[in-house]
Design a protein around this ligand. Structure first.
Ligand SMILES: Nc1ncnc2c1ncn2[C@@H]1O[C@H](COP(=O)(O)OP(=O)(O)O)[C@@H](O)[C@H]1O
Ligand SMILES: [Mg+2]
Length: 166
C-alpha cells in the first residue's frame, strides 16, 4: 500500500503529545480514520485521550483502552470511536462489530494495533506511528493514505513544534 504523503514531528514531552493530540481532535472530520502504530507504551492510548479532549469529549469521560470489548464510543463534537485490536482473534470478530458502519460513519475512528485489520484496512486513513527514543520524548511519523493526503497539512498546522514534510 503506497504512502502518498508523510511528515515527521518530534515531541519533547507529554505536554507536547497532549497539544498535538488536542490539535488532531480539532481538525478531525466525520468519517476520518486514524491508525495508531507503535510498541506497547509508545503513547497510543495517551494520544487518543488528547484527541478526545480536542473533540470536546467531556473530561469526566476517561478514555482507556477497551480491554473487554474492541470498541469504546465517546460523545464529542463528533463521536470518537476508539478501538484497540491487541487481543483480536481474527478478522471475523471485527466484521461482527459492524466495523464498516463505524469507519464510514459520523465520527472519528482511532484504532490501536491496526496491523490486525488485514484486508479490512480502509483505503483512506492517516497513520500515526509513535516511537519513544527516551521515556519522555516521542518521534512521530504521519503517513496519509488515499484522500487523507490532501488533509495532511491540516494535522500539522499548529504552533510550537518541530516538523518536516516530505
Ligand atoms: N511524550 C509522551 N507522549 C506520550 N506518552 C508519554 C510521553 N512521555 C511519557 N509518556 C507516558 O508513556 C505512557 C504511554 O502509555 P500508553 O499511552 O498506554 O501507550 P500505548 O497505548 O501505546 O501502549 C504513559 O504512561 C504516558 O504518560
Ligand atoms: Mg494502548
Amino acid at each position: 500500500m503506497a504512502t502518498d504523503k508523510s511528515a515527521h514531528i518530534d515531541l519533547a514531552d507529554l505536554e507536547q503529545t497532549m497539544a498535538f493530540g488536542y490539535h488532531i481532535g480539532t481538525v478531525a472530520q466525520a468519517g476520518d480514520v486514524i491508525l495508531l502504530t507503535g510498541d506497547l507504551g509508545a503513547g497510543k492510548t495517551t494520544l487518543t485521550q488528547a484527541i478526545g479532549r480536542g473533540l470536546q469529549v467531556a473530561a469526566s469521560c476517561y478514555i482507556t483502552s477497551p480491554t473487554f470489548s474492541l470498541l469504546h464510543e465517546y460523545p464529542g463534537r463528533i463521536p470518537l470511536y476508539h478501538m484497540d485490536l491487541y487481543r483480536l482473534a481474527g478478522e471475523e470478530e471485527i466484521e461482527e462489530l459492524g466495523f464498516e458502519e463505524y469507519i464510514y460513519g459520523q465520527g472519528l475512528t482511532v484504532i490501536e494495533w491496526p496491523e490486525r485489520l488485514g484486508e479490512l484496512t480502509p483505503r483512506n486513513y492517516l497513520e500515526i506511528q509513535l516511537i519513544s527514543p527516551t521515556p519522555e520524548t516521542r518521534h512521530v511519523t504521519l503517513s496519509a493514505h488515499g484522500n487523507m493526503c490532501c488533509r495532511l497539512k491540516d494535522f500539522l498546522e499548529y504552533d510550537s513544534l518541530q516538523r518536516s514534510t516530505t
